[in-house]
Design a protein around this ligand. Structure first.
Ligand SMILES: C[S@@+](CC[C@H](N)C(=O)[O-])C[C@H]1O[C@@H](n2cnc3c(N)ncnc32)[C@H](O)[C@@H]1O
Length: 273
C-alpha cells in the first residue's frame, strides 16, 4: 500500500463525482482560470506544438491552447470532468487516465502544462517522472499551485479558522503537503529529481471577487475535494464556528465597492527537460 493511498482514493472519489465536478466549475474555477491565463501567457506555447494539458479538468486550458493552434491532448481521471472538457474543446483529444501512469509513448509532447493539478496527486515524484518521460528532450513543463497560508490571504482565512475551531482529535488521511511546490527550493528539488530543471518560479495574482462574505466558506466547503474532506470530518458545531470565523474575516478585512476581494495567489513553475 502506497504512502498516501487512502488520500489518493478520496481524491479520486471526489473528482469523479459529477456534482463535485459541477460545483468546482461553477464556484472555484474562476480563480484557477486566472492562474491558467497567466501560465499560458508566460509559457506561450507555439502553434502546431504538441501540448499535454495534464489534469485538464473541465478543459478551460485545453480550449485556450486549441485557440492558439496547438495540437492539444487533455488527460484527467474524471469522466465527469472530461464530459465538460469535450464540450468546451471539441477539437482536442482527451484521454481518461492517471497522471501517475501516463498512457503515452516517451517524448510525445513539446510542452506539458498542469494547472492546479499536481498537488492533488498522492505520488507526485512519480507524476513528475512520467511527465519528464512523455516530454521530448528540451521540452517545457509548467505547473501552477496555490500559495499556502503564509502568503495567500484566501488560504490564511480558511486554515486560520480551521486552526482556531476544528476539533484537533479528528485527523485527516496522511497526504503530501498541498503547498510544497510554492516554495522554490522544494520545487527545484522535486522537479530536479525527475530530470526537470526549474527556469522560473513566479507569482500569478489571482483574486476572488465575492458578492457576500460567506461565499469563501461555501467555495471551500462545496467546490473543493481536499478542504471539503477536512471539513466534513469535523463535528457540525466546529464547521459552524469555522463558517462564522471565515465569514467575519472576509467581511472585516476584504470589503471593496459593495463586494469582497480576496487574493488567492498562485505559484507558476516553468522547467525544461
Ligand atoms: C483542481 S482541478 C484542476 C482542473 C483544471 N486543470 C483547472 O485548471 O481548472 C484538479 C483536476 O485534477 C484531476 N486529477 C486529480 N488526480 C488525478 C490523477 N491522479 N490523474 C489524473 N487527473 C487527476 C481531477 O479530476 C481534477 O479535474
Amino acid at each position: 500500500m502506497g504512502e498516501f493511498e487512502e488520500f489518493g482514493a478520496a481524491e479520486r472519489a471526489g473528482w469523479t463525482d459529477g456534482d463535485v465536478a459541477a460545483r468546482y466549475i461553477a464556484q472555484f474555477a474562476d480563480a484557477a482560470d486566472q492562474a491558467m491565463t497567466g501560465m499560458i501567457a508566460s509559457v506561450s506555447p507555439e502553434s502546431a506544438q504538441a501540448v499535454l494539458d495534464l489534469c485538464c479538468g473541465h478543459g478551460a486550458m485545453t480550449s485556450a491552447l486549441c485557440a492558439r493552434g496547438c495540437r492539444v491532448t487533455g488527460l484527467d481521471f474524471s469522466s465527469a470532468m472530461l464530459a465538460h472538457a469535450a464540450q468546451r474543446a471539441p477539437e482536442a483529444e482527451f484521454r481518461e487516465g492517471d497522471a501517475q501512469n501516463l498512457p503515452f509513448e516517451d517524448a510525445s509532447f513539446d510542452v506539458i502544462l498542469s494547472n492546479c493539478g499536481i498537488m492533488h496527486l498522492p505520488d507526485q515524484p512519480r507524476a513528475l517522472a512520467e511527465a519528464r518521460r512523455a516530454l521530448r528532450p528540451k521540452g517545457i513543463f509548467a505547473m501552477t499551485v496555490w500559495f499556502g497560508p503564509d502568503v495567500s490571504p484566501s488560504f490564511r482565512i480558511a486554515f486560520g479558522a480551521m486552526k482556531a475551531h476544528a476539533d484537533p482529535s479528528v485527523s485527516a488521511a496522511p497526504q503530501p503537503d498541498f503547498f510544497q511546490f510554492a516554495r522554490r527550493d522544494v520545487a527545484e528539488e522535486m522537479l530536479g529529481e525527475a530530470g526537470l530543471q526549474v527556469v522560473t518560479h513566479d507569482t500569478i495574482d489571482c483574486v476572488w471577487h465575492l458578492d457576500t462574505p460567506e461565499q469563501l466558506f461555501k467555495i471551500y466547503s462545496e467546490a473543493t475535494v481536499r478542504m471539503a474532506m477536512l471539513l466534513s470530518a469535523q463535528p457540525a458545531s466546529a464547521v459552524e464556528a469555522i463558517r462564522q470565523a471565515m465569514t467575519e474575516a472576509v467581511a472585516r478585512d476584504y470589503a471593496v465597492d459593495g463586494g469582497y476581494r480576496v487574493p488567492i495567489p498562485a505559484a507558476l513553475i516553468i522547467a525544461r527537460a
